[in-house]
Design a protein. Structure first.
Length: 238
């Protein structure tokens, strides 16, 4: 095991090589804002909330997919980063249809929490009001595409933990969309085991349990944590 020594917000940190800046910061007790990161599944660097400044580089780099290097001097909370994070959250709100007052996840939503954390009370960008639909063909769950922020957490848990690979990303740019199966209604996808991992993983009210009404949807992320730990420690009984 080789060790890398670096500084994060002026704190000296020593971590194993290959560690992400996000994980190194966590070890040093520093929390970097994230939305697409989910402990236990691979990182994709999709949301750009975790951008950090590294001395000597004029680029902002995502902490979740950037590995530490010897001697790095990292800042995670500069005014520039705070401004970028706020703008990113504003863009997420203007890009979809996030009407918190009528959302199942109101009060239990990571996007809403992030807006509060970055001090966002309005968006400076025009709302796009995209015309998106809802799929409630699954007997237990549903997806409201209006509230999807394309973090792909659902896709990664379903693929990497459940092994079912029901979710995929289709199209690009403004037309991007999470699909189930080969763009079939979710209820028709035979690969879905109805395990509910995607429901627990979704940070917003996009994927929900049927029958949940406004502000009723709570998530138990510890279920996912348990599954990941059990898999890593080979605690399965069969
Ligand atoms: S319920 Fe389980 S198997 Fe079905 S889509 Fe969600 S994570 Fe995949
Ligand atoms: S449905 Fe939820 S978990 Fe999946 S990409 Fe959209 S916001 Fe992320
Ligand atoms: S948490 Fe790093 S880009 Fe989303």
């Amino acid at each position: 095991m080789s060790v890398r020594t670096l500084r994060i917000n002026g704190i000296d940190v020593a971590v194993e090589s290959g560690t992400s800046i996000l994980a190194a910061a966590k070890q040093a007790g520093i929390t970097i804002p994230t939305l697409c990161h989910l402990d236990g599944v691979s990182d994709v660097g999709a949301c750009r909330l975790c951008l950090v400044e590294i001395q000597g580089s004029n680029k902002l780099l995502p902490a979740c997919v950037t590995e530490v290097a010897e001697g790095m001097d990292i800042q995670t909370e500069t005014p520039k980063l705070q401004e970028y994070r706020r703008m990113t959250v504003e863009l997420l709100f203007s890009e979809g249809n996030h009407v918190c007052a009528v959302c199942v996840a109101n009060g239990n939503c990571e996007l809403q929490d992030m807006a509060i954390a970055v001090g966002m009370d309005h968006t400076r960008f025009p709302y796009r009001f995209p015309d998106r639909d809802l799929d409630v063909s699954h007997p237990q769950f549903g997806i409201d595409h209006n509230r999807c922020i394309f973090c792909t957490r659902c896709m990664r848990v379903c693929d990497e933990i459940e092994g079912a690979h029901v979710w995929d990303v289709a199209q690009r740019g403004a037309a991007v969309r999470m699909i189930t199966g080969l763009n079939q209604p979710w209820g028709e996808v035979e690969a879905c085991t109805s395990c509910g991992k995607c429901v627990e993983a979704c940070p917003t009210g996009a994927i929900f349990r049927q029958g949940s009404t406004v502000a009723e949807m709570q998530r138990d992320r510890s279920t996912l944590e348990f599954l990941v730990t059990a898999r890593e420690k080979k605690e399965w009984t069969r």
